[in-house]
Design a protein around this ligand. Structure first.
Ligand code: DQA
Length: 151
């Protein structure tokens, strides 16, 4: 049995649905988790979905993932732009990492244009709304098993 995909969410994403819906949409994080769970089931993947506002908690989950996960999908939220510690934790894992942003960070304030986490990521998805999580899951399935690529 393949180890689960770890889907991690950073600060303020617990407010999804009510937080700046013009930027992040009206779906809640529970909606995102439900959609991910459905797709993961279709792809034959197990997944663990978590959110924290605390940097140390995210780091602890990444460290646990070294032995318990087969890949990490992470929306580090504001920590993308500040956290060398999360970058270091991801680099310490021998796991494929995909970075997701709901909004197109490159269209926003300049401080959002740089992500430390991107240096650890195989790829980055930004600006596809919550669909980005599902696209990342599909790509993770291909990274884990290239034969899963459609077409
Ligand atoms: C975000 C973009 C970040 O700049 C921001 O701090 C977030 C969410 C996104 O999903 O678009 O909290 O990661």
């Amino acid at each position: 049995m393949t180890k689960p995909i770890l889907i991690l969410n950073g600060p303020n994403l617990n407010l999804l649905g009510t937080r700046q819906p013009e930027i992040y949409g009206r779906d809640t994080l529970a909606d995102v988790e439900a959609r991910c769970r459905t797709l993961a089931g279709q792809l034959g993947l197990a997944m663990v979905f978590r959110q924290s506002n605390a940097e140390h908690q995210i780091i602890d989950w990444i460290q646990d993932g070294r032995t318990t996960a087969s890949g990490i999908i992470i929306n580090p939220a504001a920590y993308s732009h500040t956290s060398v510690a999360i970058l270091d934790a991801l680099n310490a894992c021998d796991l494929p990492v995909l970075e997701v942003h709901i909004s197109n960070v490159h269209r926003r304030e300049p401080f959002r244009h740089h992500s430390y986490v991107s240096q650890a990521a195989v790829g980055v998805i930004a600006g596809f709304g919550i669909h980005g999580y599902l696209l990342a899951l599909r790509h993770m399935a291909v990274l884990l098993d290239p034969a899963a690529m459609p077409g």
